[in-house]
Design a protein around this ligand. Sequence first.
Ligand SMILES: Cc1cc2nc3c(=O)[nH]c(=O)nc-3n(C[C@H](O)[C@H](O)[C@H](O)COP(=O)(O)OP(=O)(O)OC[C@H]3O[C@@H](n4cnc5c(N)ncnc54)[C@H](O)[C@@H]3O)c2cc1C
Length: 416
Amino acid sequence: MNILISGGGIGGLTAALALHARGHQVTVCEATAQLRPLGVGINLLPHAVAVLAELSLLPALKAMAVETSALVFANRHGQTIYSDTRGLAGGYSHPQLSIHRGELQLRLWDEAVARLGAERLRAGRRIVAARMDGGQVLAEVERSEGGREEQRADLLIAADGIHSALRRQFYPDEGAPRWNGMMMWRGTSWARPFLDGRTMVQAGHRRAKFVVYPIAPPRPDGLQLINWICDRRLREDGIGGGLTAPSREDWSKPGSLDDLLPTFGGWRFDWLDVPGLIKSATQLLEWPMVDRDPLPRWAQGRITLLGDAAHPMYPIGSNGATQAILDAQAIAARLGETPSVEQALAAYEAERLPLCARIVEMNRQEGLDAILDMVEERAPDGFKRLEDVIDPAEVAAFVQRYKAAAGHRQQQQPPR
Ligand SMILES: Cc1cc2nc3c(=O)[nH]c(=O)nc-3n(C[C@H](O)[C@H](O)[C@H](O)COP(=O)(O)OP(=O)(O)OC[C@H]3O[C@@H](n4cnc5c(N)ncnc54)[C@H](O)[C@@H]3O)c2cc1C
């Protein structure tokens, strides 16, 4: 089939590679004229890494990423509440990768150029609208250098992110994304590795949370690129979503240290100097925590949604890029299994829409972060023995429930 993809982000490019591997002719239109490594860190869960491994990308990705060994939940004093073993040691078939989002996107783009042919990767082409025309899709494309053109395809996949033009065309009354009152400041700093140099930590509680993980192997001088996120709740009335975000969400909006140090300036852990790390940031971006309500349908005719265009969710539980990659794998697998494209799109949607809707809902209930709140409420000044504050078995059961609902495929429980 001749397949057109709108958006050369993580989801769109993975879909392009997966569809090409199944023999389809794929063209990607990316709005940005000049791709740059934008964004900071993201996490790819093992079931998404399995998809990329299937596309023979694992060696390249492992060389540029960190194989995450554990996800540690801690209080705002840096005391461990729960440590969840990740990757191979956690009983998964594949590693979990912490990686720079922009570097990953460029890597996927280069791989797509090599496999699909440079002429199939069209930068500076924004798909602004599409309609069915005689059994095919006719897309309207805006050129970055000016002017418009039309492009025909047997199928159009809209992987054009949280501000998807095609989603807006399908649901014109949907309005802006919903904000939960939380603002996130995302930064990267070069620093000495902390803990084992491969651990992701979430510390704090629902009003102020600090997430930190390394996203690249150490340099020769021993320093490692550390990704960190400071979350501050600016509005209490937004929990569960529903507020209008303070400004249009822009992944590249610069942030200010003055917004962080009054809250996080005193967070000095035995194993990490949080204010020191924040102050040495080489990049600091601000982003409101937004999502959208799950949709009743993703497809119209031979046009469907994928990734953030289909199910933007709070970045909790490492699900943003992961679920986009799983969408890509699912749509590639379903096409060809049924007599018609429309049936394949229905099968893709039946497989993916309810699961992603469930993650959107779980993340509105704070996902795994709810553990942090329980401990903060019961022991705001820290604890001597965790068992006096919370039953470790209760925490373990909570984590397992979230992971099962989010589609984790742990083959065996790790040794404890
Ligand atoms: C610039 C940028 C920086 C990001 N940084 C982070 C980060 O630091 N941490 C994090 O957790 N998540 C980040 N994200 C979001 C994260 O990449 C996604 O949540 C996740 O990877 C799902 O990817 P996606 O492919 O569905 O959407 P996205 O990654 O948002 O990709 C969508 C792509 O579509 C393109 N596009 C948009 N509209 C059109 C159109 N009409 N026609 C053609 N192309 C279009 C965009 O330029 C973009 O390349 C960022 C997204 C972007 C766009």
